[in-house]
Every structure is written in C-alpha cells, then in structure tokens.
Design a protein. Structure first.
Ligand code: B12
Length: 220
C-alpha cells in the first residue's frame, strides 16, 4: 500500500513541489521540517544538485544568519550527502579526471561555506577529499603531491589567517607543484588582491562560481 502511494506521488508531484517544501522549511527556520523535506526530496529522486542549488541555497537567501546555522547542522549531521555511485556515474558522463582537495585554512574553524562548496562539487560528480577545518599549510602541500589530485580549494573567512594563506600559497605555487595543481580560494575574507598577490589560479565569490571554474579544470 505504502509503495503504491509513493509511486503515485512521485508521478504526480514535480521536483518543484519538493524543492518548494525545502525553501519554505529553510526560510522559516524549521530544522525538523527542513530535514524531512530534504529526505523526502531525496527519496523521490530529486537530483541532489537541485536540492541544494534550487532549494537549500534559495531558502538560505530568505532566512538570514540563523538559517546558516541550521544549514550547517543539516550538513554536518550528514542529512545532506551525495551517493558515491551517483557521484562516480556523473564524473564519467561529464568527463572529469582528477580529485579536488578542500579545507578551511589554519586558524579558521568556519565550516559551513566549505561544506556547501564540497557538497555542491560532489553533487556535480566531482571526487572530493575534505580535510576539514583549521588545516595546516603543510597538510595541503602533502595532499597536493598525491598523484590524482588536480585542484586544491581553500576556504578563508578570518582575516587573521591571511599569513597562513600566504604560507600555503608559497608552498603550492613553487617547485614541482606549481604546474601540478590549480588552486582556488573561497570564503568571505578572499579578495581579488590576495588572489593575485599569492598567484592563486582563481578565487570564487560563491560556491557555484567555484564549481564552474573547477569543472573546466577537471576536463582539461
Ligand atoms: C556562522 C559564523 C560563525 C560560526 C561558524 C559555524 C560553522 N560551523 O561554520 C561560529 C559561531 C562558530 C563563528 C565563529 C567565529 N567567527 Co564567525 N561568522 C559566521 C558568519 C555569521 C557566517 C559565515 C557563514 O557560514 N556564511 C555562510 C556560508 C555559506 O558562506 P561563506 O562561508 O561565505 O561560503 C560561501 C562562499 O564564500 C563559498 N566558499 C566558501 N569557502 C569556499 C571554498 C572554496 C574552495 C570555494 C570554491 C568556495 C567557497 O561557498 C559558500 C556558498 O556560496 C560570518 C559573517 C558573514 N556574514 O560571513 C561570521 C564571521 C566570518 N566570523 C567572524 C569572526 C570574527 C568569528 C570569531 C573569531 C568570533 C570570536 N570572537 O570567537 C570565531 C572564529 C573562530 C575561529 N578560529 O575560526 C568574522 C570574521 C571577520 C574577519 N574578516 O576576520 C565574521 C565576518 C563576522 C563579522 N562580521 O565580524 N562564526
């Protein structure tokens, strides 16, 4: 009986219906409804990229800073996660090769933006290694040497961590790593000046712009 009604629902309700439920739950800051709405959309086969891009991010735009904290909880509680098989299938169909390493710079514990960027990358089919927050410059360097790693994404929200950004960039933009990995900076403390001065290959004003840039790199 349950299966029949689920099948009926999935045929009669469009993705837009489930996405609107997510926007509403996020925008009114109802954590449990948000969790249920996301789970329902996943069960009904709405693509993860649409759940985040058209649902969570739109809802966040309407909910202000409290919404950000709720979304952080949802992401960190792994309510939103991307199926590994689906990620591999997408990677193949989109001709991606190589891995992306992402982390928040040493001294900085902001995780929300980095997590959103990481989950969007995965929902596009990218193979992402997430190093977490407060990541030592040396650790980025260590991962940059791994054979499949093509892109390093660094999240940076605290101005006080600027010396660490300069440190990691001088490790990644010298010697043999210089031509091996491309580096993209993201997060509220990034400026065009710092990206230019440190020789970063790119910086992103938001996760979607970042993903578009990385997509080109993984195809070349
Ligand atoms: C939420 C928050 C917190 C939470 C973090 C929760 C968490 N789990 O992340 C908590 C309460 C823990 C916190 C702590 C602190 N915070 Co705080 N925090 C914020 C706040 C309000 C929102 C940040 C956020 O999550 N934004 C939402 C996400 C989605 O946006 P985002 O990070 O910009 O990410 C987007 C893009 O930038 C991009 N992106 C991000 N990273 C990357 C990486 C790559 C590779 C790519 C491609 C894209 C990308 O993708 C995201 C989606 O588009 C900001 C204010 C603000 N408006 O930015 C202050 C802010 C960043 N915090 C600030 C400060 C000072 C602190 C504290 C030092 C406070 C204190 N005295 O203790 C501590 C930090 C301690 C530490 N060592 O890190 C300051 C930083 C000022 C500065 N320029 O240095 C800010 C700007 C507030 C302010 N106006 O003063 N904070």
């Amino acid at each position: 009986m349950k299966n029949i009604s689920l099948e009926y629902e999935s045929k009669t309700r469009s993705d837009e219906y489930y996405i609107n439920n997510i926007i509403e739950a996020v925008s009114v800051l109802d954590f449990f409804s948000m969790k249920d709405a996301i789970k329902e959309a996943i069960d009904m086969g709405v693509p993860m990229v649409d759940i985040i891009k058209k649902g969570v991010l739109v809802g966040l735009g309407e909910s202000g800073e409290m919404g950000l904290i709720l979304a952080a909880e949802a992401l960190e509680g792994e309510i939103i996660s991307v199926d590994e098989e689906e990620q591999k299938r997408l990677a193949k169909s989109r001709n991606y090769s190589g891995k992306v390493v992402i982390g928040t710079i040493k001294g900085d514990i902001h995780s929300l933006g980095k997590n959103i960027a990481s989950i969007i990358m995965k929902s596009y089919g990218m193979d992402v290694i997430d190093l977490g927050v407060n990541v030592e410059p040396k650790k980025f360097e260590e991962f940059a040497y791994l054979p499949d790693v093509k892109v390093i994404g660094i999240s940076f929200l605290l101005s006080a961590s600027e010396p660490r950004i300069r440190e990691v960039m001088s490790l990644l933009k010298n010697g043999e790593l210089k031509n091996k990995v491309k580096v993209i900076l993201g997060g509220a403390a990034v400026s065009p000046e710092i990206a230019e001065e440190t020789n970063a290959d790119a910086y992103a004003i938001d996760a979607l712009q970042g993903v578009d840039i990385i997509e080109e790199w993984l195809r070349s």
